[in-house]
Design a protein around this ligand. Structure first.
Ligand code: G4P
Ligand code: NA
Ligand code: NA
Length: 194
């Protein structure tokens, strides 16, 4: 998505450890117009798949997920990373290890918001090693629901997440595909075909 790539080049900053800081429009301050446009793109890409629900993980996945749900007219459920204070729900839970942060988190979704006849679209802000997506696959499996696809705002294609999704035979659509941060510059897969 050209508009997103241009915004990454304009406002993104490459940090040590192959991390892209995009807190000016995605991870802290949010640009709602860009976010709406990204939701339109995901809705367009997945409209024919019969999605009944969108799944994401708090917190940065919520904005793109809601913008997609708005335009597909389906509910959005975000997995929580912290236990709810209302500990009355039956939960599906998965463990998510972050290679970036070297910590493990549990994510959970209340059983009442996922059914076996749901067909879910997973949306997230970043795809690095795919551990968050794997956690949502685990939860979808526990609920016995079908996975329509995975939509990612920014994919770092040099990391392993896409392989994990391909191994499962799930469709992956990424709005920006970063191939490297060589010379402290962001390189996109689209540059190779332009
Ligand atoms: P993985 O799920 O693909 O395995 O990712 P990883 O564990 O490596 O990433 C942990 C967190 O860091 C995730 O956010 C992920 O979205 C984010 N992340 C990964 N690579 C980048 C990057 O290059 N830039 C930025 N800005 N974030 C990156 P999280 O812990 O779930 O936090 P939240 O922002 O959703 O609350
Ligand atoms: Na995230
Ligand atoms: Na994040």
């Amino acid at each position: 998505m050209r508009e997103l790539e241009e915004r990454i080049l304009k406002d993104g900053r490459v940090l040590p450890g192959e991390v892209l800081k995009v807190d000016g429009f995605l991870n802290h301050q949010i640009d709602p117009d860009l976010m709406f446009a990204m939701g339109s793109e995901f809705a367009h890409l997945f409209r024919e798949t019969g999605v009944t629900k969108i799944l994401t993980v708090e917190s940065s996945g919520i904005a793109p997920a809601v913008m997609t749900g708005l335009q597909l007219h389906v509910p959005v459920v975000f997995a929580r990373k912290h236990k709810s204070v209302t500990l009355i729900d039956d939960l599906y839970t998965a463990e998510v290890y972050s290679y970036t942060k070297k910590t493990s988190n549990h994510i959970s979704i209340s059983k009442k918001f996922l059914d076996a006849d749901d067909k879910v679209l997973i949306i997230d802000d970043f795809l690095a090693n795919g551990q968050a997506v794997q956690g949502l696959f685990d939860i979808a499996d526990q609920a016995k629901c079908e996975i329509a696809g995975v939509g990612i705002v920014i994919e770092k294609v040099f990391q392993t997440g896409h392989q994990l999704i391909a191994d499962r035979g799930v469709r992956l659509e990424s709005l920006a595909q970063i191939t490297s941060f060589d010379d402290d510059r962001v390189h996109f897969a689209s540059e190779q075909t332009d």
